[in-house]
Each structure stands twice: as C-alpha cells, then as structure tokens.
Write a protein that binds this ligand. Structure first.
Ligand SMILES: [Zn+2]
Length: 159
C-alpha cells in the first residue's frame, strides 16, 4: 500500500469520525432539550400528573396578527413525550392551557414565549399588545410581565 492510498484512508476515517461527532452533537442540540432548558431558565416546570392533581387549570386565549392578518399559533408548544410545560397549547386556535400542581403560581406572557423559543418583539414591526381589548404600546419587558389569566384575550398586533 503506497503513501497516497494511506492518506486517502486517513481522510475517509476523519470524515467518518466527523459525521459520528456531528450525530452525537445533534443529540445534544435537539429542540426538546433546548425548550426544557429555556423553561428552566424562566421557572417553568414540566409536569406529568393526573388532572385530579392539578391545583390550577385555566385557559387564556392568545392570537397574533401580522399586518392585519391572523397568524396561527402552533399546536403542541410545550408538549413533550414525557411531560408538558405548565403553559402549553394543544391545537392552533391560540388557546393556552395553564396546568400546574402549584396553587399560587402566577404565569406570564414572557414565560409562554420562552417556552415557544421566540421573542415578543419582531424586527421592523411596531408591537401593540391588547389584553381584553385594552391596547398597550410598550417595551418588551412590559409585555413579558403580562400575567396570564383565565378567559383573558391577548392579541399581539405586529404593524
Ligand atoms: Zn387545559
């Protein structure tokens, strides 16, 4: 076997090792792990309990308009194989489910966006958030702190 052949074998081994390393890395950066990390950062737990063990279970309604057009909210935000975030969606209607075993815990719009992996603000848009018909044109920090309540109607308008 000559040197050239040896080199090409080494090159192939390097490529294969790189592919294996990449596959290994992709295990680490999978979306579920990322979402659970973001949840931990904002104090949201992932729970897997019987409905009878829930101490709070309520449903605000959430929608997004971009240039006056409704943008569907993805189903299953915060829903994982082994558990569900305390704030999650089941369908694309914008109904948020808040389900927790903590009787006193309060939840915010910012926490929902953190679970989703998005920011409330969008580049090149003015953002108006309305809560039960009252519109606010404020900064991101204000929007993040909007408390989620049962039956509340939250609309985000990107104009
Ligand atoms: Zn529910």
């Amino acid at each position: 076997m000559n040197i050239k052949k040896n080199r090409s074998i080494i090159t192939w081994i390097a490529v294969i090792v790189a592919i294996i390393a990449l596959l290994f890395l992709m295990q680490y950066i999978n979306p579920e792990k990322q979402a659970k990390k973001r949840m931990a950062e904002v104090g949201i737990e992932c729970i897997n309990v019987d409905d009878s063990e829930l101490k709070q279970h309520f449903h605000p309604k959430f929608s997004i308009n971009v240039d006056g057009k409704n943008e569907p909210i993805p189903a299953d935000i915060g829903v994982f194989q082994d558990c569900s975030a305390e704030i999650h969606t089941h369908d694309s209607t914008g109904e948020l489910h808040i389900e927790t075993t903590n009787p006193d815990k309060k939840f915010t719009l910012g926490q929902f966006f953190a679970i989703w992996g998005r920011s409330i603000m969008r580049n090149r848009y003015n953002v108006v958030v309305s809560v039960n018909g009252n519109g606010f044109m404020e900064n991101e920090d204000f929007y993040n702190k909007i408390e989620l309540k049962d039956g509340e109607q939250i609309v985000i308008d990107y104009r």
